[in-house]
Design a protein around this ligand. Sequence first.
Ligand code: BGC
Length: 470
Amino acid sequence: MSSKAADHLAENYAEVLGSLCWSIERAEELIKNFDATVEQSIELRGAGHPFDQKVNALKALDSFVDMFPTGDEQGKFYAIDLGGTNLRAVCVQVEGNGVSTTTTSEMNIRDKCVSADTPKGLLDKNIPANVMFDTIAKQTKELMLQVKDDPSAKRKVSFTFSFPMAQESICNGRLGLWTKEFETGRNTNDPVEGQDVAELLNAAFRRAKMGCVVGAVANDTVGTLMSAGYEHNSKSATCRVGVILGTGYNIASYDPVAAKNGFSGSIINHECGNYDGVLQFSSMMDIELDYNSTSKGTQLSEKMISGHYLAEICRLAILKVFQYRCTEDCWTPWSFTTPEAAKVYADNTKSFSVTRKAMKSAFNWDVSSEEELRMIYKLICAVFDRSATIAALQTIVFVNRTRHLQKALGGVTVGIDGSLYLKNPKYRKTFRKTLDKVLGSRSELVNIVEANDGSGKGAAMIAACQNTQG
Ligand code: BGC
C-alpha cells in the first residue's frame, strides 16, 4: 500500500471512530434533554393529546399495570411472547418465594411461511394478519397438549406483545406502527397495524376451537419489570424499571407523575427506542441505516442501540473506513450479523485472530494486517459501547425519576432482559461503568438484575398478581 493510501485510511478511521465516541459533556446533554422529553410526553398524554412524532417522539403508553409482585404469587399461567426472532408460548408454574418453572414451545418466525412473495416469512408485508395469529394460536395449542392440558377448556392467556400499542384496558392493545422491520399485513387487506391484537388473537383461538381468551396484554418491558419484581422484590429494592436490550430496545418504568396525569397504571411504557433527540449525536452510518430502513425517521434510538441494527452499523463503519479495500460481501447490506459482530467485540487475542476469522466468514475477506484488524476491532467495540452508553444514560433518567434513588428509600432495582445485554459481559460492564460515572456514589443504590426470560414470563406475572391482588 502506498503511504498516501495508508494516510487516507488513517484519516477515515479517525473520523469514523470519532463520530461513534461519547464524551461526558454529550452524556450530560442527552440526560437533560431526554428527561425533559419524558416529562413532556407524560403531560401530553395526560392532557389527552394523541401521539404526534413531530411534537414528541416518546409515546408514554399507559400499561394499566399498577401492581408490584411480592414474590408470594402462585398458580399456573399461560403466556405468549411475540416480539423478536422467536415466537414463544410458555406455561409458567408460579410457585411462590420468587420461584417459577417454565415450559416453552418456540419457533423462529423469520423461517416460517417463506416464499418468493414472502421472503421475510411471517414478518412479511404480504402475510395477512390471520396467518400470523393462526400460527400463534397453533403454537399455544401445541404447548397445551404437550403439558397435557385441554385446549378447549376455558382459561385466560396473557400476551406479551413487544411493539408500540395503545391500551384502553389491561386486556387490549391497538398496534401503532410495527418496529424491528416487522411488516406483517401491510400490503394486504388483513392488517395488524391499527388493530387490537387481543381481538385478533381471540378470533384465532376461536378458529382453532380453543377455549381461551386473552386476559392481559403487556409490552415486554412491562413484563420484564414484573418478572424481575417477582424474583427480587422480597429481598431487594423494589423493581421499578424494566429494560429490553435485544432485537429491539425499550424501557418501562414506574413514574410518580403517572397518576397525576390521569394514567391508570403507575408503570409507563415509554417506547424510548423512538426517542429522536439522539439525532444530534448521530454518525453518517446512522443516517444511512435509517434512510434504508422500512421505518425511516422513527426508532432512532433503537437503531443506534438494539441488536437488530448493531451489526449493520458496524458493517457501514467498516465500509466507510476501508472503502475499496472491502470485498463485495462487505458491500452487501445486512451481510453481517450481530452475534458475529459480538464475537469481535469480545476478541481478547493479541493478534486479533477472532476478528480475522469473523471478517473471513462474514465477508470472505482475509485481512492480514494486524493494524487493519485492530481498526476493525476498535470500530466494532465503539459501536457496541456507544449502544451500552446511550441505553445506560436513558436508564439513569428513569431511575432518577422514580425518586427512590435515596438511601432511606432503599434504592431501585432495574430488571434487564434481551440477548444483547445477557450474552455480552463487556457490554454489561460498559453499561454499569456509565451508571457509575454519571451517578457517582448514588450508583450503589441501583441494583441491576438479569431478568432471564422476563418478557416470556412477564405477562404471566401480571395474571399472577391479578389473581392474588384482585
Ligand atoms: C418496540 C417495543 C419493545 C422493544 C423491545 C421495540 O421495537 O417498539 O415495544 O419493547 O422493541 O422488544
